[in-house]
Design a protein around this ligand. Structure first.
Ligand code: ATP
Ligand code: MG
Length: 673
């Protein structure tokens, strides 16, 4: 990174730069879906004042077997959307496109994990082809005796059969529970048991940077534990992907290829009531034991269809190619690889592998090869690319890109600026989308063509979203500039309908107030333009000698120093201040060498930097340096585990979603400065 740029970003916390929206034609698009600020304000107002009419009209763009009689029936915390309506999400994703004459257009592009030295493996499915595969597997599930309402567990790598299995479940009305393929046997046990699922769809193994992840062996181990707990799994369906040796349990285990071999390529979509469950998905566990979030058919379908189109400016017939790098095991993959994309008729890419295999240029090659127009990824990936250096990007043709997105965590302004300059070539709008597994789809996000962007802010509410910042005690709205709880004051179609099997936790976690507000669990503030800035989890806002500090602000200041690649900040017990600040950092390689030679010079520089950026009260009391930070497998820093390390205790927390246990051990052992 050049020095002038560094200086520019130096004051990232007092970020004042504003990037105005640009005409669609400048980016080679015929128009913006939401046509400017006025149109946005008008639609936002209408959707909130008259949800019946607004969402009724959006829903009517999709097919219903029986029309809904009522758009919204709301008694906090229970919402019914599109009551009386009967539809099928898979039908709207596939059959509807075929019926309209688009059956031969590309629906899904799959790119495989690179084989060393080999050509990239690419498969393209038209709507018709995908429909046929989905129907075959839907019939296979029928043949196994899976009925409407039975939960099917899916634990696979990012192979096409994963998308096919998900859509087949939706087709027959069997809720899917997708478990990310990076999870361990224990995570499978917990989720299968919680969901009372009898059927698991898996692979022999999956590729990961050329190595094999033994998925089937993990399933076998989980099944043994489940059996011992009196919860036997009836069927395990296995896709052969990597050809590793697997144990075979006759009677229980079935080959995917055998099951689909003789099935006809059609299967009628199950008529689904709007409030019939579409899927269960467990949250990433950043803040505690994962919650089984329930989403239903009609509202989720309408919400993902609408938000995908508005946020990314999806336009069929304009050569758009959309790529979201998330795994389908996360809500991002559910909503913005599959469910939001297929009904909008823009081809969606699914990539099997890692960002740095065979090398760090892999993502940019994929963009070049498929002429990707929309690219959606996570801040953690962007920070990794910054660390790996611009050299992997320069020389790649990224001129097809039009809209960039981020999701999953607050993006620090420095990473935003890099994304904007190096990937977006200062042309592409960036949509920083704030949302949750619970919300089903985007809640706070810029809309391209509408919203000016400020690096680090997820800007303004989605159409139909009534967001506010309230005081944690009184639930009254706080003045602009003040921090508080982020709440949503009215229901929206994609909202969760519950935590599976735990009504009390659902009420306590999200609805603990008498106003019927949805409490997101994140702290945020609004600036004088009404823009939202996420400060982090409510648990992560700390009070140091009377100053309320978002840990995210301190992290952003640390990452703003050239020495620091990634930082995590938590509160820790402190004799004098009550709460002190503990920071965990990974260093840029040159600075790591400097640090080895003279640790004090580096720690002094970092403290001075934070003091300058935020104020002396925000200086970290304890600094630790390590090669990695504990993250969930979706790439989020698990601050709750760091709080234990900082406090010097072992809180025996749920670590099933932790990516690498070794990282935690290293941090416990490392020196405190
Ligand atoms: P758990 O609820 O089990 O602790 P989780 O909250 O990490 O897990 P997700 O639903 O995957 O599970 O993540 C949603 C959270 O991610 C949000 O509440 C927020 O903290 C964070 N987040 C997502 N997108 C953004 C964003 N654009 N800016 C800031 N934070 C974001
Ligand atoms: Mg959460």
């Amino acid at each position: 990174m050049t020095d002038p740029e560094r200086q520019n970003i130096e004051s990232s916390l007092h970020e004042t730069r504003v990037f105005p929206p640009r005409p669609a034609a400048e980016l080679g698009m015929s128009h913006w879906v939401v046509d400017g600020r006025e149109d946005y304000r008008e639609q936002h107002r209408r959707a909130i004042e008259d949800p019946e009419r607004f969402w009724g009209a959006v829903a009517s763009e999709l097919d219903w077997f029986e029309p809904f009689s009522r758009v919204l029936d709301w008694k906090a915390p229970d919402a019914k959307w599109f009551d009386g309506g009967v539809t099928n999400v898979c039908h709207n994703a596939l059959d509807r496109q075929i019926a309209a004459g688009h059956g031969d257009e590309v629906a899904l592009i799959w790119e495989g994990e690179p084989t060393p030295g080999g050509q990239p493996e690419v498969l393209r499915f038209t709507y018709r082809e995908l429909h046929a595969e989905v129907c075959r597997f839907a019939r296979a599930l029928d043949a196994l005796g899976v009925k409407k309402g039975d939960v099917v567990t899916i634990y696979m790598g990012m192979v096409p059969e994963l998308a096919i299995a998900v859509l087949a479940c939706a087709r027959i009305g069997a809720p899917h529970s997708v478990i990310f393929g990076g999870f361990s046997a224990q995570a499978i046990v917990d989720r299968v048991q919680d969901a009372s699922s009898q059927v698991i769809v898996t692979c022999d193994g999956s590729w990961r940077r050329g190595g094999v992840v033994p998925l089937k062996a993990n399933v076998d181990q989980a099944c043994a534990t489940l059996e011992a707990k009196g919860h036997p799994v009836r069927d395990v369906v296995v896709v052969r992907r990597v050809g590793n040796d697997v144990d075979w349990h006759a009677g229980r285990d079935k080959e995917w290829s055998d099951l689909v071999a003789d099935q006809a390529p059609d299967r009628a979509p199950e008529p689904m009531a709007a409030e019939d469950m579409l899927f269960l998905l467990y949250t990433s566990g950043s803040t505690g034991k994962p919650k089984g979030i329930v989403h239903t058919t009609g509202g989720y379908m309408v919400w993902t269809y609408f938000t995908a189109r508005a946020t990314f400016n999806l336009l069929p017939d304009e050569g758009q190619v959309y790529w979201c790098t998330a795994d389908i095991g996360w809500i991002t993959g559910h909503s913005y690889i599959l469910y939001g994309l297929l009904p909008n008729r823009v081809p969606t890419i699914m990539y099997e592998g890692a960002p740095n295999a065979p090398d760090e240029g892999r993502f940019w090659e994929i963009i070049e090869r498929h002429k990707v127009t929309h690219f959606y990824t996570a801040p953690t990936a962007i920070r990794a690319f910054m660390k790996w250096g611009d050299k992997h990007v320069t020389g790649k043709d990224l001129s097809s890109l039009k809209v960039l997105g981020t999701v999953g965590e607050p993006i620090n302004p420095e990473a935003w600026a890099w994304y904007h300059r190096v990937i977006g070539r200062e042309r592409c709008p960036i949509v920083d989308t704030w949302w949750q597994t619970e919300t089903g789809g985007h809640m706070l996000t810029p809309l391209p063509g509408v919203t000016a962007t400020k690096p680090g802010s997820c800007t303004t509410p989605m159409i139909g979203v009534d967001a506010a910042i309230v005081d944690a005690g009184t639930f009254r709205e706080v003045e602009p500039g003040g921090g508080g709880l982020l709440v949503i004051r009215r229901p929206w179609p994609g909202m969760l309908r519950g935590i599976h099997g735990d009504r009390q936790r659902f009420v306590d976690t999200y609805w603990h107030n008498d106003r019927g507000y949805y409490v997101a669990g994140d702290g945020a503030r609004q600036d004088e333009d009404g823009f939202f800035w996420i400060m982090g989890r409510v648990d992560d806002v700390i009070n140091v000698s009377g100053h309320r500090i978002g840990t995210m602000e301190v992290e952003s200041a640390l990452v703003g120093h050239p020495a620091v690649v990634e930082a995590a900040v938590v509160g820790m017990p402190h004799e004098i201040k009550g709460t002190g600040i503990a920071a965990f950092c990974t260093l840029e390689p040159h600075w790591a060498a400097k640090f080895d030679a003279d640790p004090k010079a580096v720690t002094d520089a970092l403290r001075a930097h934070v003091a300058k950026e935020i104020g002396p009260f925000a200086k970290p009391d304890a600094l630790r340096f390590a090669d990695g930070l504990p993250k969930t497998r979706s790439g989020k820093i698990m601050r709750r585990l760091l709080r234990d390390v900082a406090a010097g205790i072992d809180g025996h927390q749920d670590t099933t979603t932790l990516e690498d246990r070794g990282v935690l051990e290293n941090l416990r052992a490392c020196q405190v400065y």
